[in-house]
Design a protein around this ligand. Structure first.
Ligand code: PLP
Length: 393
């Protein structure tokens, strides 16, 4: 059967391709180290698991309201007040089946054919595909490596057209770990206000920031920017809850209502048990969140210090998330390969280390390495990468 055009137009995920190859090598008995993980290696804090279990025993096993439990929306409003100093009504919040689905519904709710969405490069792989699935047109804007992979207000002005509907901001970023400062956000925000561009602020890595810096949401900067912004966030990365599939969007009530209508015809509601777990996550102790953050920071510093001693590898030091995004062009040249993609493939075949090539994120000179795995494992992978390079110089 011929498949729909929208499905055939999807770009296959490079992450999945490399994971498939790594799994195949593992199945053949090879000792593969995969540094592609996009999720914390910690388990969900136990009080959340227990709350979810208790809720089921109490009979909370039925559908909920489509946009999520009112009590959970209140808990999210409280989180936004505590952490960002922002006041949202429950009508301005939707709970979704993960932040990914919040983004999906958002693009479905706001885009018509020909509407443009500005996506900074390097980007998280799902943004362009989700925009295309909503008949929108992704417009890419390079965040230069020398500027920590961040776009500037000046760059932004150059790509805005009459068709521009939204800008996606992801701070801290997957795949670079870069964090925008309040000043940078203010300048970008002014341009968006001037041209009435909706800001989609993906803050899923908000809690994972390092080096004593603070995460700033662009919505915090003024009441006008709050109005112009839809915040996307969730529990996957902060509370090690990727499998629970709970995320949220907060912003203009009209958009939230449209997203809720859409979700009522697709997911109905986010899984009830997960919503009860999420209630405990937001209302309970945040100590495990900070403990995980500290563990990631310690790892990041150690891995970064070791990584930059490897010949041919340079790396911008990240301020957040759990990825390093080194530039491998010199290592590729030194070892006689033509592209980073080829180099990554050879590294997997010969040294059994799986990295994610940057091409999948729109940055073909780089590779993504996740440190959401034990320090010993990462260090062993770095030894192998160094051996691979030295053996071919
Ligand atoms: N946004 C970014 C930048 C991500 O990296 C991810 C997950 O990898 C998500 C959103 C989606 O998170 P969730 O698990 O809440 O769907």
């Amino acid at each position: 059967m011929k498949l729909a055009k929208r499905v055939e137009a999807l770009t296959p995920s490079t992450t999945l391709a490399i994971t498939a190859k790594a799994n195949q090598l593992k199945a053949e008995g090879h000792d593969v180290i995969a540094l592609g993980a996009g999720e914390p290696d910690f388990n969900t804090p136990i009080h959340i698991i227990e709350a979810a279990y208790e809720s089921m025993k109490e009979g909370h096993t039925k559908y909920t309201a489509s946009g999520g439990l009112l009590s959970l929306k209140k808990a999210i409003a409280n989180k936004l007040k505590q952490d960002q100093g922002l006041t949202y009504e429950t009508s301005e919040i939707i709970v979704s089946t993960g932040a990914k689905h919040s983004l999906y519904s958002l693009f479905q709710a706001i885009l018509d054919e020909g509407d443009e969405v500005i996506i900074p490069i390097p980007y998280w792989v799902s943004y362009p595909e989700q925009v295309k699935l909503a008949d929108g047109t992704p417009v890419y804007l390079e965040g230069k490596e020398e500027n920590g992979f961040k776009i500037t207000a000046e760059d932004l002005k150059k790509v805005i057209t009459k068709q521009t509907k939204a800008l996606v901001l992801n701070s801290p970023s997957n795949p670079t770990g870069s964090l925008y400062s309040a000043e940078e956000l203010r300048a970008i925000g002014e341009v968006c206000l001037e041209h009435d561009v909706l800001i989609v602020s993906d803050e899923i890595y908000e809690k994972l920031v390092y080096g004593g810096v603070k995460h700033t949401s662009i919505a915090e900067l003024s009441p006008e920017l709050k109005k112009q912004t839809i915040i996307i966030n969730g529990l996957s990365k902060s509370h090690a809850m990727t499998g629970w599939r709970i995320g949220f969007a907060a912003g203009d009530a009209k958009i939230i209502k449209a997203m809720t209508n859409l979700d009522s015809h697709s997911t109905s509601n986010p899984t009830t048990t997960s919503q009860h777990g999420a209630l405990a996550a937001y209302n309970g102790t945040q100590e495990p969140v900070e403990e995980m953050r500290q563990a990631f920071e310690e790892r990041m510093n150690k891995v970064y210090d070791r990584l930059i001693t490897i010949p041919g590898i340079t790396c911008v030091k990240p301020n957040g998330a759990f990825y390093l995004f080194p530039n491998a062009t010199e290592a590729v040249r030194m070892t006689g390969y033509n592209t980073v993609d080829e180099w990554v493939e050879a590294l997997l075949e010969e040294e059994k280390v799986a990295l994610v090539p940057g091409s999948g994120f729109g940055a073909p000179d780089n590779v993504r390495l996740s440190y959401a795995t034990s320090l010993d494992t990462i260090m062993a992978a770095l030894d192998r990468i160094e051996r691979f390079i030295n053996s071919k110089r």
